[in-house]
Design a protein around this ligand. Structure first.
Ligand SMILES: Cc1cc2nc3c(=O)[nH]c(=O)nc-3n(C[C@H](O)[C@H](O)[C@H](O)COP(=O)(O)O)c2cc1C
Length: 134
């Protein structure tokens, strides 16, 4: 079993959501000791916001003429969009900042929201895809 633990608060040791995710993950591990944990701290390792380079993942694989910056950003997107469905359990620290989630968390969501990877469009609207390991 694999658990992906994500924090997004920029408040470091003063963060309430970080304490909540820490406790949640600790309780999960106590009940499921075989679990391996992947940790993603978006306050220190956030992808850039979507821009002309980081939107490159929307191009077909192997599209010729990508710039070095686009190739690097595509690699970041690929790392994140692969990591997410590989987890059986995902714990996300998502505090409310200005009526939404922290900008770091939105930047992560923008990288993993990929049609055909983490969701698909259906006649009745978008549908999330189940984890790949199940
Ligand atoms: C810049 C900023 C914006 C905030 N915006 C909201 C808000 O829109 N709604 C709300 O209920 N709380 C808001 N809060 C309060 C936070 O949700 C609260 O402090 C929470 O504990 C933050 O999580 P953290 O401690 O893990 O960073 C805001 C706090 C900050 C610092």
């Amino acid at each position: 079993m694999k658990l992906l633990h994500i924090d997004s608060s920029p408040l470091a040791a003063n963060s309430v959501s970080r304490e909540l995710t820490r406790r949640t993950v600790a309780e999960w591990l106590a009940a499921h000791p075989g679990t391996t944990v992947d940790y993603l701290d978006l306050a220190v390792d956030a992808p850039t916001h979507l821009n002309a380079d980081s939107l490159g993942f929307r191009l077909a694989p192997g599209t010729p003429g990508l710039t070095e910056a686009q190739r690097q950003e595509n690699a970041v997107s690929e790392r994140l969009v692969s990591q997410f469905p590989a987890a059986d359990v995902v714990v996300v620290g998502a505090p409310m900042y200005n009526f939404s989630v922290p900008t770091q968390l939105k930047a992560w969501i923008d990288r993993i929201a990929q049609a055909g990877r983490t969701f698909r469009y259906t006649a009745t609207g978008p549908e999330g895809r189940p984890a790949t390991r199940r």
